[in-house]
Write a protein that binds this ligand. Structure first.
Ligand code: HDE
Length: 698
């Protein structure tokens, strides 16, 4: 009878976690495969059946348990921010903030607090791609000594709506349409723009969403924002308003839209892989934490309401004070157990930090706990290792599904008088160290008639949208106008694009005209504005192109090699790139690599067809004349060069490869350089001025 396994059990079954299989019949090994009840499993290849060719027996508890567990492996994905990637790390404080907050993690310079940080797209499902045009989530869980503080932010400092009651409408409109379940992971469709064009308060965020902020190069090169105004409270009870900022060490970097589109095909996991690989290779992503601090008098003097999440405070007016840094230095051990089960909640705050009355924030305080109960299936999800505070948790909450702790003692109520009577009385409330809500969030008393209203300044929907537009470089303005054209061109409802352009006329007439022209529309009537917009001083901090760092640190340079490539030129270039802090990725026609001119073989990191130039920040081409002659007839090679040029990247080439550049139609400019002519310096930037030569922008 054939009882033998398909796999040689002595060498394991290919499952890396169970390589050692002890002799049959022994029960002493520590690497035995077991059931969830702890029985050793003797055969993991064949189910129990009646006779060699007979039916499987219901009695097979090993089979049933394994299939049962598998059947229940999936949990509901997050309703928004379903696709994400996360990492462990630490926050390190630079200077004591005891004058403004009593929060323990902000007291002692140099002290490190563990964090778990998750980045996400918003609209797409868990299996969607990494590079759609979308806002990115930026959620940080600080495991402080006083309990968990979650700063659940985005990579954009404003939001689409002012009041939480609109959130389900926003999310329904942007996600795949209700009847047809498409499109996935994108806002370029009817329902989103129908809704957004009817909601002028979205206009400021739409400007950001149509800018290059929503097509970031990587998570490592995004800013993060707490968005809302929060409150810090010091030991004396004095309060200060605060807005939280994360500034990436590598500076801001984005892709161009055509590149982001092509990345969806080149690598679905472009951002996830980048985060994982940079941590694994020891290039730990890092951000500085900055605070914008202000008081009630400042708030009262502004022409916008600091409680309105569609408004920023320009950094030029309240500078961002850098107070610490976050370093992500460890990938999760298990994606599901950690990243998927991580439950962030803006209501998780600690003494010394408090909420403001921002109506969007107030709604969020309810939503996250509620959705997590449904997503994680039990009120005890805070006990999961990734969510559990790293300080003691003691209370009288008991039972519930999936209770993973064993609470001790007789007392499960408070007050009780069991302490001191040979019984454990349990924990007590602590008025001194405990969290007490800050009294007096605003100078007005927090009481009044019950009203469904918004404060007057919330009605200004356009001044800051205009501020954003006027703070961009011309290259960035062209991207914004073109994104509006791209997205609205996907809208089939005839009434929507003119309505949207009518709103944009309140932001800037030139923008509206460019979008209308790009759509082939007559300029529509200007939409009435609930409150007349006014001009604010442009804020250079809002521009990515102004603030990119001219460095290749943390970037990836693709080098195309083939048989006959000059070995010493390759070695020299590799060294120069690595010395400047970037990674080299060798691309060759075959994955086995290339035989260099001196006879040595180098292995390729990727095969040409599977490694399009979208994957790299700049490219270099080191080929022999013979290889160039072959590759000019290879579509993937020609496309490799054309795309790098079209995506405004630096191209370095050895003289032998010139024919390939010619075939790709490259018109040399400052970014197209012979490798010897300081390619590394050229690779540190993108060539925005090349763009009008390669595509027409609105
Ligand atoms: Fe969220 N949001 N949100 N959001 N949000 C969720 O919670 C919600 C908002 C943000 O990596 C959900 O556990 C409401 C602003 C991030 O796990 C849900 C409103 C900002 C993440 C929810 C907002 C965010 C979420 C879905 C309007 C930036 C992912 C799954 C009042 C400051 C966190 C979950 C992670 C996730 C509700 C608006 C950021 C449904 C009601 C503004 C980064 O509870």
């Amino acid at each position: 009878m054939a009882t033998d396994n398909t796999f040689d059990t002595d060498r394991g079954t290919g499952g890396e976690t169970h390589q050692h299989v002890p002799e049959k019949g022994t029960h002493t090994g520590t690497n035995h495969l077991t059931t969830n009840q702890g029985f050793h499993v003797s055969d993991n290849q064949n189910s129990l059946r009646s006779g060699e060719r007979g039916p499987t027996l219901l009695e097979d508890f090993v089979l049933r348990e394994k299939i049962f567990h598998f059947d229940h492996e999936r949990i509901p994905e997050r309703i928004v921010h379903a696709r994400g990637s996360a990492a462990h790390g630490f926050f390190e404080l630079f200077e004591s903030l005891s004058d403004i907050t009593k929060a323990d993690l902000f007291q002692r310079p140099g002290e490190k607090t563990p964090v778990f940080t998750r980045f996400s797209t918003v609209a797409g499902g868990a299996g969607s791609v990494d590079t759609p045009r979308d806002v990115r989530g930026f959620a940080v869980k600080f495991y402080t000594k006083e309990g968990n503080w979650d700063l659940v932010g985005n990579n954009i400092p404003v939001f689409f709506i002012q009041d939480a009651i609109k959130f389900p409408d926003l999310v329904h409109a942007v996600k795949m349409e209700a009847d047809r379940a498409f499109p996935q992971a994108g806002s370029a469709h009817d329902t989103f723009w129908d809704w957004a064009s009817l909601m002028p308060e979205t206009t400021h965020m739409l400007m950001w969403a149509m800018s290059d902020r929503t097509i970031p190069r990587s998570f490592r090169t995004m800013e993060g924002f707490g968005v809302h105004t929060f409150i810090l409270v010091n030991a004396k009870g004095k309060s200060t308003f605060v807005k939280f900022h994360w500034k990436p060490k590598l500076g801001l970097q984005s892709t161009v839209w055509d590149e982001a589109l092509k990345l969806q095909a080149a690598d679905n996991d472009y951002h996830r892989r980048d985060l994982w690989e940079s941590i694994r290779s020891g290039n730990f992503p890092e951000w500085e934490l900055g605070l914008q601090l202000f008081d009630q008098d400042f708030a009262d003097a502004q022409p916008y309401d600091v409680l309105d999440a569609t408004k920023i405070i320009p950094e030029e007016i309240i500078p961002v004070r850098i107070v610490g840094r976050m370093v992500l230095d460890r990938n999760p051990d298990n994606f599901f157990a950690e990243t998927e089960q991580a439950a962030y909640c803006p209501a998780n705050i600690i003494p010394g930090i408090d909420f403001s009355n921002d109506p969007l924030l107030q709604g969020r305080l309810f939503s996250y706990l509620d959705t997590q109960k449904s997503r994680l299936g039990t009120a005890n999800f805070h006990q999961l290792p990734i969510n559990a505070p790293k300080c003691p948790v003691m209370n009288f909450q008991r039972d519930g599904q999936m209770q993973m702790n064993v609470p001790m003692g007789r007392a499960n109520y408070e007050p009780n008088s069991l302490a001191g009577h040979d019984e454990e009385g349990g924990p007590r409330e602590c008025p001194v160290s405990g969290f007490s809500t800050f009294q007096g969030r605003s100078q007005q008393q927090e009481q009044g008639d019950k009203l469904r209203v918004r404060a007057e300044l919330f009605a200004d929907h356009y001044s800051q949208a205009r501020l954003f537009w006027r703070s961009q470089q011309p290259s960035e303005q062209a991207h914004i106008a073109s994104s509006f054209v791209f997205e609205l061109s996907k809208v089939g409802l005839a009434q929507v694009p003119p309505r949207m352009v009518g709103n944009l006329r309140n932001v800037d007439e030139d923008l509206a005209k460019r979008v209308a022209a790009g759509l082939g529309l007559a300029l529509p009537q200007k939409a009435p504005a609930a409150r007349a917009p006014f001009d604010m001083e442009p804020s250079p901090a809002l521009s990515i192109h102004t603030n990119m760092k001219a460095t290749i640190e943390g970037r990836t340079i693709g080098i195309l090699v083939a048989d006959g490539t000059d070995a010493s030129a390759l070695a020299k270039l590799t060294k120069a790139i690595q010395t400047a802090g970037a990674r080299v990725f060798l691309v060759a026609p075959k994955i086995g690599g290339a035989k260099l001119a001196d006879g040595t073989i180098v292995k390729a990191d990727g095969q040409l067809m599977g490694s399009p130039s979208q994957l790299f920040d700049a490219i270099a081409i080191l080929l022999s004349q013979g290889a160039t002659r072959t590759l000019i007839n290879e579509g993937a090679a020609v496309q490799w060069v054309m795309d790098a040029f079209g995506h405004l990247k630096a191209i370095g080439y050895g003289p032998e490869a010139k024919q390939l550049l010619d075939k790709a139609g490259i018109e040399p400019d400052q970014g197209v350089v012979l490798i010897d002519d300081n390619f590394v310096e050229a690779a540190a930037r993108r060539y925005w001025d090349r763009e009008p030569k390669v595509r027409s922008l609105a």
